[in-house]
Design a protein around this ligand. Structure first.
Ligand code: AMP
Length: 400
C-alpha cells in the first residue's frame, strides 16, 4: 500500500488551509459536549496548520439536520471546546458557504482559526453537489482530510471539494488509521486473530471472507454467532437469527476447515426471556437447547475463557463488534471479558486494533481504552477499509 500525500509534505505558511475534521461529538440536552475525544483526535493536524503559519479553516458535520438549519446541531459547542483545548480564539462562521463566510476568511491572519457552521445544514453536502463543492473550494487553497469517520462517504467536504483543489493531503489521524488498519491486513505479526461480533452476519460477510485469507484464528461472538450455531444444528430458541445467512454461515465454516483457519464459536451462552435491565438469566452450554421464548444475549464464562486464551496467544488481534448486548449490564460480561483479554495481550506486547463503532464504545465504557494499541475513530469506514473497498475520502488524496 502506497502512502498518501501527508500534511507535513505541504507548504502551509500564509495559505488558507481547508481541513475536514470529525467534530460530530455527542451533546447532552443542554448542548454540552459529553465526550470531546473526536476534537482531541484532530488536534495534531490543527496544531500543525497553525504552527506552520497557515490559516486554519475547519469544516465538519454534526448530527443529521438533513439540509436544514437546526440550532441544536450548531457547531458552537465544538468551537468553544476547541478554543479551550488550544487556549486560542476559534471563531464560528454563521454558515459553511457564502459571501459573509468568504469575507471572514479573507480577513484571517496566519495561525488563526475559523470553524465553519455545520456542513449538513446544506443538502449539497451529502449529495456532493457540484455548486456546494465550488462554494467550499473558494474558501481554501490547500485541502486536508482528517475525518476518518466519514472517509467512506463521497460527500462534498470529503471528496467533491478535494478534487477541486490542487494541494491536498491526509492529516495525522487518517494517516494513523491507514497505517494501523493497513498493517493489520497486509502485514500482521502472527499469530493473527480476528474477533467479530455484533448483530448481523450479513453486514460482515465480505470482511469475514477477506480476513479468512489472512488470519490464523477467527472468533465469532455476539448476535451473529447465533446463525453459525444454528447452521451447526444447535437449538437457539427465539435468539436473533438470520435465516437468509444460514447457507453462507455453513459455507464459511467449510471454507475455514479447508484453509486451516480455526473458527471459535461460543461454547456457552447467557440467555433471557426478554431484553430488560432486570430479568432472569440462564447460562447454558450450546449443546443444551435454548427454550422457545428465550434469547441468547451474551456469550458465557467458558467462552470468555476459551476466547481469552486464543487472544492471549496472538501477536495481532483485530476486533469488530460486541460479544453480547453490552449496553445492558446483565449482558456485558462477554464483551468485558474479551476486552480484558485484549488489554492483557497488549500489555504483553501484542498489537490490538479495535474497528470503531460499538466495540470502541464498549472499551471506553469499561475504561480500558489506554491498554489498546489502536482504536479506530470510524466504525463504518474501518469495516469498509478492511473489506478492501476504496474510501472516497482517502482515494481523492494523491499517492506519494
Ligand atoms: P453491529 O452494529 O452489527 O456491530 O451490532 C452491534 C449491536 O449488536 C449492539 O448494539 C449489541 O447490543 C448487539 N448485539 C450483540 N449481541 C447480540 C445478541 N446476542 N442478540 C442481539 N443483539 C446483540
Amino acid at each position: 500500500m502506497k502512502a498518501r500525500q501527508f500534511i507535513e509534505d505541504l507548504d502551509l505558511k500564509g495559505r488558507r488551509v481547508l481541513i475536514r475534521v470529525d467534530f460530530n461529538v455527542p451533546l447532552d440536552e443542554n448542548q454540552k459536549i459529553t465526550d470531546n475525544a473526536r476534537i482531541v483526535a484532530a488536534l495534531p493536524s490543527i496544531r500543525r496548520i497553525i504552527e506552520s503559519g497557515g490559516k486554519c479553516i475547519l469544516m465538519s458535520h454534526l448530527g443529521r439536520p438533513k439540509g436544514q438549519r437546526v440550532e441544536s446541531m450548531s457547531l458552537k459547542p465544538a468551537a468553544e471546546e476547541l478554543s479551550l483545548l488550544l487556549e486560542k480564539n476559534v471563531s464560528l462562521a454563521p454558515d459553511s458557504i457564502g459571501s459573509e463566510v468568504e469575507k471572514m476568511v479573507s480577513q484571517m491572519k496566519e495561525g488563526e482559526l475559523l470553524l465553519l457552521e455545520n456542513l449538513r445544514f446544506h443538502q449539497g453536502e451529502t449529495k456532493n453537489d457540484p455548486q456546494f463543492c465550488e462554494a467550499l473550494a473558494r474558501l481554501g487553497e490547500v485541502y486536508i482530510n482528517d475525518a476518518f469517520g466519514t472517509a467512506h462517504r463521497a460527500h462534498a467536504s470529503t471528496a467533491g471539494v478535494a478534487a477541486l483543489m490542487e494541494d491536498r493531503a491526509v492529516g495525522y489521524l487518517i494517516r494513523k488509521e491507514l497505517e494501523f488498519l493497513g498493517a493489520a491486513v497486509l502485514d500482521p505479526q502472527k499469530p493473527f486473530t480476528a474477533i467479530l461480533g455484533g448483530a448481523k452476519v450479513s453486514d460482515k460477510i465480505i470482511v469475514i471472507k477477506r480476513l479468512m485469507e489472512k488470519v490464523d484464528a477467527l472468533i465469532i461472538g455476539g448476535g451473529m454467532a447465533n446463525t453459525f450455531l444454528k447452521a451447526q444444528g444447535m437449538e437457539i430458541g427465539d435468539s436473533l437469527l438470520e435465516e437468509d445467512a444460514l447457507e453462507t454461515a455453513k459455507n464459511l465454516l467449510d471454507e475455514a476447515k479447508k484453509s486451516g483457519v480455526k473458527i471459535h464459536l461460543p461454547v456457552d451462552v447467557c440467555s433471557a426471556p426478554e431484553l430488560l435491565q432486570e430479568v432472569e438469566t440462564k447460562f447454558l452450554k450450546v449443546e443444551d437447547k435454548v427454550q422457545a421464548g428465550w434469547k441468547i444475549l451474551d456469550i458465557g464464562p467458558e467462552s470468555v475463557k476459551q476466547f481469552g486464551s486464543v487472544i492471549q496467544n496472538s501477536k495481532t488481534v483485530l476486533w469488530n463488534g460486541p460479544m453480547g448486548v453490552f449496553e445492558y449490564p446483565a449482558f456485558a460480561s462477554g464483551t468485558r471479558g474479551v476486552t480484558e483479554a485484549l488489554a492483557k495481550a497488549t500489555d504483553a506486547g501484542a498489537v490490538s486494533i479495535i474497528g470503531g463503532g460499538d466495540s470502541a464504545a464498549a472499551v471506553n465504557q469499561f475504561g480500558m481504552q489506554d491498554r489498546i494499541t489502536h482504536i479506530s475513530t470510524g466504525g463504518g469506514a474501518s469495516l469498509e477499509f478492511l473489506e478492501g473497498k476504496e474510501l472516497p475520502g482517502v482515494s481523492v488524496i494523491p499517492e506519494k
